[in-house]
Design a protein around this ligand. Structure first.
Ligand code: NAP
Length: 480
């Protein structure tokens, strides 16, 4: 791959529009990380035309051959994991430790998807159970790829969130046009290279780097596209849902994830888990802990346990193994988060630690006595701060946990099985963790939100389901 080339139809080629490139900068120190070719509106048309041709070839490629190519891509992702990790850290400001963890999951995720792409089972239909129908007919379902899939991804997990779409879409026999986040295109291009170098046929994969505002509508409204898989903010997801037309949609959107700490909880465990789950990737995780709801009898003890752990988080150069929390994606984002924390303070909450900004770094914050209806609770923060509020009983704790527009993940700390079961039943979130925070994911899990957090599930098995369509077949014989 040359920096001035685009990946269109599984081949590196020059942009069809006037040559445009963009330098990707480190959010930590502004140093150049790499250069990418920018796609223009003309390239959308070329990529979708290539994808239509590629989809026709790929859907006729037997599943075992698709799997072989994906397994080769997985090996390449493993071999290149060190380089991919350095790219993730450099372009996103995530610590090298976190980036290494992310990159090292790539190969296994591709392997899981490769297998699921060979499992496109259908079912036989007991048509004779329908009055008037007999044994002269046979009915069954076939699962087939959607065709052309548009995948749009955010910056915060530039490897995993790309792979959670690319790998199942390709495994199931679709052609994909990927539009990665403008701030983290290099990781997406490195991962795409793994698939291309593994032997993906012409047409099957394109990566269009460019502004979502410019390319987004062209991609999602195009009638050649059958499936859109989007991960990003609720605002962008709502826009896509409005303009996309009759297409299959998966929307993985924003969140304000709660953790409930009950009086019988192991407070040390809860504080340690929150000190991790609120601050991984500087809080820029859709399943980050944003709100902690404690029983008043234990709030002070919980905060006493939490605050020193949060103060111990070390910010600094993301490329240093000593750094435990990196930057936000841009200085502008850091300024937004700094303002939100300061506003929580002026609105009556207590900032117990953190909230100061240095460039794109915001020091990790704990904010107590946050009103559940305040903007600090209700709006997604996407930054390194946790809001703590109290609920006097189980009813109000659950009401608070459910009391935002979102429903992605939730955690409950308790030693009482009955309380745990009640939480599992009553909290409206796509994933509920007992004795851990929502910030935990095994790549094979069905994963996706309720309410304003979106619809559709990822995780290779679920995603292959979402990226295929069911066709019903009836063979009509003659009564005998
Ligand atoms: P974003 O601003 O919505 O951007 C996400 C992607 O959408 C980017 O590639 C962006 O391109 C593109 N985009 C922007 N405008 C578009 C349009 N009009 N049409 C089509 N695409 C468009 O989100 P973000 O700030 O990158 O990511 C943070 C958000 O993602 C948070 O809300 C977070 O909760 C959510 N998220 C959710 C999950 C989940 O699984 N539920 C996982 C991770 C993140 P540009 O980069 O060019 O703007």
């Amino acid at each position: 791959m040359a920096p001035t080339e685009l990946l269109i139809g599984s081949r590196w080629q020059a942009s069809t529009g006037p040559g445009r490139t963009r330098e990707v900068m480190s959010p930590f120190d502004g140093s150049p990380v790499g250069t990418v070719a920018l796609a223009g509106p003309e390239d959308v048309d070329v990529a979708l035309a290539a994808a239509e041709r590629g989809a026709a070839v790929w859907r006729r490629t037997p599943a075992h051959e698709r799997m072989t190519i994906l397994l080769r891509a997985a090996e390449l992702a493993d071999e290149r994991a060190g380089r991919i990790a350095r790219t993730i850290s450099a372009e996103s400001g995530k610590t090298i430790t976190e980036a290494t963890g992310e990159a090292s999951r790539s190969g296994d995720l591709i392997r899981l998807a490769a297998f699921e792409g060979t499992q496109l089972y259908g079912e036989t239909l007991p048509l004779d159970a329908n009055r008037g129908t007999g044994f002269d007919k046979v009915g069954f379902t076939l699962r087939q790829p959607c065709g052309v899939v548009v995948a749009i991804t955010p910056f915060n997990y530039p490897a995993l969130l790309v792979l959670h779409k690319l790998a199942p879409a390709l495994a199931a026999g679709n052609a994909v046009v990927l539009k990665p986040a403008t701030s983290t295109p290099l990781t997406a291009l490195e991962l795409a290279s793994c698939f291309v170098d593994a032997g993906l046929p012409e047409g099957v994969l394109s990566v269009l780097v460019g502004s979502g505002g410019v390319l987004g509508d062209l991609l999602v409204t195009d009638p050649r596209v059958r499936k859109i898989s989007f991960t990003g903010s609720t605002a962008t997801g709502e826009h896509i849902a409005r303009v996309a037309g009759v297409k299959k949609l998966s929307l993985e959107l924003g969140a304000s994830c709660p953790v409930v700490v009950l009086p019988d909880a192991d407070l040390e465990l809860a504080a340690s888990a929150v000190a991790l789950g609120g601050y991984v990737n500087a809080g820029q995780v859709c399943i980050s802990v944003q709100r902690v709801i404690t029983h008043p009898s234990i709030t002070a003890d919980f905060l006493d346990a939490l605050v020193p752990k949060v103060k111990a988080i070390r910010t600094g150069d993301p490329s240093s193994p000593e750094t435990t929390m990196g930057t936000l994606i841009t200085t502008a984002e850091a300024e937004r988060v700094e303002r939100a924390i300061a506003r929580a303070g002026t609105d009556g909450a207590r900032i117990l630690t953190g909230g100061e900004r240095d460039g794109a770094v915001v020091s990790p914050a704990v904010v107590a006595d946050v009103h559940p209806d305040s903007a600090f609770s209700q709006q997604e923060l996407f930054g390194p701060a946790v809001a703590v509020s109290s609920a006097a009983d189980w009813e109000s704790a659950i009401a608070q946990a459910n009391g935002t527009a979102y429903g992605l993940g939730a955690g409950v700390f308790t030693s009482d099985v009955a309380g745990a079961i009640r939480a599992v039943r009553e909290i409206d979130a796509g994933t509920v963790h007992i004795n851990w925070t929502p910030l935990w994911r095994a790549d094979l899990m069905p994963y996706g939100g309720l309410k304003g957090s979106g619809y559709g599930k990822e995780g290779p098995r679920a995603a292959v389901g979402e990226m295929t369509e069911v066709k019903t077949i009836v063979l009509h014989g003659r009564p005998w």
